[in-house]
Structure formats: structure tokens, C-alpha cells
Design a protein around this ligand. Structure first.
Ligand SMILES: CC(C)(COP(=O)(O)OP(=O)(O)OC[C@H]1O[C@@H](n2cnc3c(N)ncnc32)[C@H](O)[C@@H]1OP(=O)(O)O)[C@@H](O)C(=O)NCCC(=O)NCCS
Length: 163
């Protein structure tokens, strides 16, 4: 869970994501770190959440001193998450990609999921996100189906990982 101490690392992580032309989980209003942090704390507590948000644990993943990735575990599958979002989210900073980090991050993220008594978790990726699909498959994902997301105008693949 991020704290005040992670301010510079979080800013640098999301700036790198932004400069690479992307967005990812936890991006939000990261530039206003105090607001961002209080939003994350509310999600963690599952209290005072904006509509459409559910309780969520958000993890910063470090290799030594470097924030290499982020991981999130959501606790309730409201309809939009059941269809298109899933329980799990992750991202790796662009300069650290293709070194196996995402496979490790998801693997390690399954441990808290087990501790919170999940018996399976839903991972959803865009049909053409081959990297993410590989990460899910390497962690034992079993395809349930593909669905069209009319808001994002993409086809998604829905995988369950049994714990
Ligand atoms: C998807 C993402 C998390 C992968 O992170 P990563 O650390 O580069 O992934 P890994 O190094 O663990 O690689 C996983 C596997 O996918 C492969 N892979 C990675 N990117 C790929 C791509 N664009 N196309 C095809 N395969 C790819 C890797 O070669 C590796 O396979 P291997 O073990 O057989 O060599 C990263 O690209 C990212 O953060 N993307 C933006 C956010 C995102 O899409 N999150 C997932 C939302 S569902």
C-alpha cells in the first residue's frame, strides 16, 4: 500500500507510463499525490468510494530501490468488473518490461488473494494485449470467454485463475 514515502517513486513511475503514451491502473490524478494517496486509502478501506469503485488493495512492487510495477486486487465483482475489469490489475514501467516482471508480480499477487480467501480470481485482458495474456496463461489462467466491451470498443478475454 502506498504511503507518503512513495511520493517520488509513484510520480516517476506514472510519468514514465504517461511519456510512453499509455495509461494503466492507478494512474488517476497521480500528479496531485496527496489526493491520489487519499483516494487509494479510501479504496483500501472500502469507504467513501466514488460510484462504480469497490474495495481494492493497491500494491507497489519494488526491485531493490526501483518501483518496477503496480498490482491491484479488487474485492467485489460488480457487473462492469465481472464483464470487463476482473479482480486483478497490473502494469510494469516501460523501461523494465520484457524481463519477466509481470509474470512475477501476478504470481506474488496471488498470495494475498489466497490469504483473503479468494478461491479463484478473474483476470481480463484486451484480445490484442499479447503480453498480458501470456502473463495470465503463465500463471494458470483458464479462458472462460471473450466479450465485446462497448464503452472501450475492444474485445476482451476473460480468464480465471484457481487458487
Ligand atoms: C502487459 C505488461 C504488464 C507485461 O509486463 P512485462 O513485465 O513486460 O511482462 P513479462 O516480461 O513478465 O513478459 C510476459 C511474457 O509476455 C511476453 N510479452 C511481453 N510483451 C509482449 C508483447 N507486446 N507481445 C507479445 N508477447 C509479449 C514476454 O516475452 C513474456 O513471454 P516469455 O516469458 O515467453 O518470454 C506490460 O506490458 C504493461 O505494463 N503494459 C501496460 C499495462 C497493461 O497492459 N496491463 C495489463 C492489463 S490486462
Amino acid at each position: 500500500m502506498p504511503t507518503e514515502n512513495n511520493r517520488e517513486d509513484v510520480l516517476s513511475f506514472y510519468t514514465e507510463i504517461e511519456e510512453s503514451g499509455g495509461e494503466c491502473i492507478g494512474f488517476g490524478n497521480y500528479k496531485e499525490y496527496d489526493l491520489w494517496l487519499s483516494g487509494m486509502q479510501k479504496r483500501f478501506a472500502g469507504k467513501d468510494l466514488p460510484e462504480g469503485y469497490v474495495r481494492e488493495n493497491f500494491y507497489l512492487c519494488y526491485d531493490k530501490e526501483i518501483l518496477i510495477g503496480v498490482f491491484s486486487l479488487k474485492f467485489t465483482l460488480i457487473q462492469s468488473l465481472l464483464n470487463f475489469g476482473g479482480h486483478i490489475g497490473y502494469a510494469v514501467r516501460p523501461s523494465e518490461r520484457n524481463q519477466g516482471w509481470a509474470i512475477q508480480i501476478l504470481k506474488q499477487g496471488l498470495t494475498p488473494a489466497k490469504q483473503f480467501n479468494f478461491d479463484r480470481v478473474l483476470c481480463v485482458c484486451d484480445e490484442d494485449n499479447y503480453g498480458s495474456e501470456k502473463v495470465i496463461l503463465k500463471n494458470g489462467g483458464v479462458l472462460e470467454n471473450t466479450l465485446y466491451d462497448p464503452d472501450e470498443k475492444v474485445v476482451v478475454k476473460r480468464y480465471w485463475i484457481h487458487l
